[in-house]
Design a protein around this ligand. Structure first.
Ligand SMILES: N[C@@H](CCC(=O)N[C@@H](CS)C(=O)NCC(=O)O)C(=O)O
Length: 217
């Protein structure tokens, strides 16, 4: 299988980490949504990543659909999203909150990367920041409230993978200052996960565009 997209994307990375954990080998195409837009559009008409190209050439798009396919492939015993009940509800809540935070972070970043300074609308950026921090506060509360090592079950699940990929991404891309102090439980979870080989294999340190540093907590 071929995974398209750079590991600085939390959406791509959560697929890569999941495939590593499930011991599914993949080829990686490190294509950028900026300069490789036309190439990406051949596999996803939206021009977004991730896309996963299967052995028969079929292309799957959207991280949620790809992860659903992977869980289906490995079966209920090994699936990363709990199959049913309270654990599934808890995991889906963490995943939804994390992806919402990622989207609000991306809105801020894309405003800076793709729009001229004169087109930036500060009240909109403030709203995105507020929504992103609201989601991170909730994730920190959920991580703290658990009292066990993982977010949704007594084992590592998609909740931990997605929360970690998103949190690491936001800290890196938006240069969130003092985030470990403000989100201690979430930071501890992310540190535990990032220490695992499945995460380390897709860790990409990247430089945030300079003006983004205004996104202080
Ligand atoms: N819901 C999608 C979101 C994917 C997404 O927004 N990817 C970003 C990269 S982090 C992208 O490709 N953005 C380019 C664009 O939308 O033009 C998923 O979960 O895969």
């Amino acid at each position: 299988m071929i995974l398209i997209g750079m590991f600085d994307s939390p959406f791509v990375r959560r697929v890569a980490v999941s495939m590593n954990l499930l011991k599914m080998p993949f080829e990686h195409r490190n294509w950028s949504v900026g300069k490789d837009f036309e190439l990406i559009r051949q596999f996803n008409p939206l021009g977004r990543v991730p896309a996963l190209v299967l052995e028969d050439g079929e292309s799957l798009i959207d991280s949620a659909a790809i992860l659903d396919f992977l869980d289906d492939l490995v079966g209920p015993e090994r699936a990363l999203l709990p199959r049913t009940g309270k654990e599934r509800r808890a995991a889906l809540k963490v995943v939804a909150t994390s992806l919402g935070a990622a989207e609000k972070g991306l809105h801020q970043l894309f405003d800076i990367v793709f729009k001229p300074d004169t087109k930036r609308h500060e009240p909109w950026m403030d709203r995105c920041r507020q929504q992103m921090h609201g989601a991170l506060t909730e994730l920190d509360r959920l991580a703290h409230g658990r009292g066990v090592e993982w977010m949704a079950a007594n084992r590592l699940t998609q909740a931990d993978i997605t929360a970690t990929c998103v949190y690491t991404y936001l800290c890196d891309a938006l240069a969130l200052s003092e985030s470990w102090r403000i989100y201690p439980a979430l930071s501890a979870l992310a540190a535990r996960c990032e220490a695992l080989p499945a995460f380390a294999q897709s860790r990409l340190k990247f430089d945030a565009p300079t003006p983004v540093a205004t996104a202080a907590v």
